[in-house]
Write a protein of this length. Structure first.
Length: 442
């Protein structure tokens, strides 16, 4: 029985200072819950001058990473600097030295997770990463432990607060993508370079992590189809609303016949579905399990204290295991690393769903029949068509909703349509997921 577990944090930024604050302020509570004293022994950052609003005990703050990595008494190494390097090398060194690792670094895990988990398995240490997905929502623990009884068939997540904030404002106030993005940057909600958030890359990182655990397959980032929200206009949001849908940036992982779909894209979902009510910077993750049915978890997907809450949860989990000598009681990926299978991914071309298309065209006779003709030739059946008034230049949006169609056929049809001379712009597509409406549960 170990009585003290020593923790070292690398990175004293937003999440690092939140984590330190919780460890210091809640030390008694955490120690009672962990069954051992959880001690913040080191905080390492290049910048040891800036006031982070957390008073560290003397001798804790350092700018020398070796103070952590070479400390034989350090049990848990917490990486909170983000990015690929040097985070990857420091984590591998910590593992090599037999230290357990906690990280919030989804980009690193999505790109190099298999290398890190394999090294940790060899060394018999834990790698925990609750804060990498859904901020403060315990969705990884929920999946690995709470839903352990289930074959998971579906994960659907709103996993990026920035994108969800932008879409929420566009939906509520009719603002354009660029207007909201500028505001979000001014208010500090969006990064100066928002590419990862708005182009779906951050969401794809999170989907790699969640689908690896849910389906027990080694999913890699290049297997995830990724499309962002930057081409969505208020016109699309307004059409969606007329059709009874809300537009969300979704991460979708679905297992059928042994193959998994992993895709991130703007999606229309029924406006009365629970996920449609996830607003602003909030995140939610929705699972479908064969025993439990539908489960949804909701909460703050980012922020100093919610993310710190998830990091500390991992620290306490590991401290509990260390104190009773049962490291890796729950494997990092929900099953022993050696049991994970190579991923069998359903090619995006084979994915089937309903589609919303918006074509910007010159308003002239025969346009509609030409477009529907091409769709018909490709076996795509139209469910409804809406055309609204011309703009000052005579351009008009034609909106179509299809019945279920295969992605390959849709791409072939859109390629032909985009080359027709009266089509003024690249067609805009938004996939539609019917999901189950709330009505179904009444
Ligand atoms: N950049 C992420 C978001 C937060 O906007 O949700 C951290 O994962």
């Amino acid at each position: 029985m170990k009585e003290t577990v020593n923790v070292g944090i690398l990175g004293f930024g937003t999440v690092g200072s939140g984590t330190a604050r919780i460890l210091l302020e809640n030390r008694d509570l955490l120690s009672v819950r962990a069954g051992c004293d959880v001690v913040l022994k080191w905080v390492c950052d290049k910048d040891t001058v800036t006031d982070r609003g957390v008073e560290l005990p003397d001798g804790v703050l350092t700018d020398k990473i070796d103070n952590l990595l070479d400390d034989p008494e350090l049990d848990i190494f917490v990486e909170l600097i983000g990015g690929i390097e040097p985070a990857r090398s420091f984590i591998l060194r910590a593992i090599e030295k037999g230290k357990h690792v906690v990280t919030a670094n989804k980009a690193l895990l999505a790109a190099h997770g298999l290398e890190i988990f394999s090294a940790a398995a060899e060394k018999g240490v834990e790698v925990a990463f609750e804060a990498s997905v859904g901020g403060g929502i315990p969705c990884i623990k929920g999946l690995k432990e709470g839903l352990v009884a289930n074959h998971i068939s579906t994960i659907i997540g709103i996993m990026n607060g920035t994108a969800n904030y932008i879409l929420t404002r566009m939906t509520r106030y009719g603002d354009t993508f660029q207007e909201v993005l500028k505001d979000a940057q001014r208010l500090g909600y969006a990064e100066a370079d928002p590419t990862y958030d708005v182009e779906g890359i951050d969401t794809a990182h999170k989907l790699v992590i969640m689908s690896t655990i849910a389906f027990g397959q080694k999913v890699t980032l290049d297997q995830v189809y990724t499309e962002g929200i930057s081409r969505i206009t208020p016109t699309d949001i307004a059409f969606a609303s007329e059709l009874g849908f809300i537009v969300k940036l979704l991460a979708i992982g679905r297992l059928s016949n042994g193959q998994i779909e992993v895709r991130v894209h703007p999606t229309m979902i029924p406006e009365d579905h629970l996920l449609s009510h996830v607003q602003g910077a909030y995140n939610a993750v929705y699972f479908m399990g064969d025993a439990v049915g539908k489960v949804m978890m909701y909460g703050m997907g980012a922020g100093q204290m919610p993310t710190g809450s998830a990091v500390v949860a991992d620290i306490v989990d590991i401290a509990r295991n260390i104190s009773v000598g049962s490291a890796n009681r729950v494997p990092s990926l929900g099953m022993p690393f050696a049991s994970l299978k190579e991923a069998e991914i359903k090619p995006m071309d084979k994915v089937i769903c309903k589609y919303y298309f918006r074509f910007m065209v010159k308003d002239s006779p025969g346009v509609l029949s030409k477009i529907s003709g091409v769709l018909g030739e490709n076996g795509i059946s139209i469910q409804s068509v809406v055309q609204k008034g011309r703009d000052s230049e005579g351009a008009v949006p034609i909106v179509m909703v299809t019945h279920e169609a295969e992605e390959a056929r849709v791409n072939a049809a859109l390629d032909t349509i985009s080359h027709i001379d009266f089509v003024l712009d690249q067609p805009l597509t938004i996939r539609i997921e019917d999901l189950d409406s709330l009505e179904d549960s009444l």
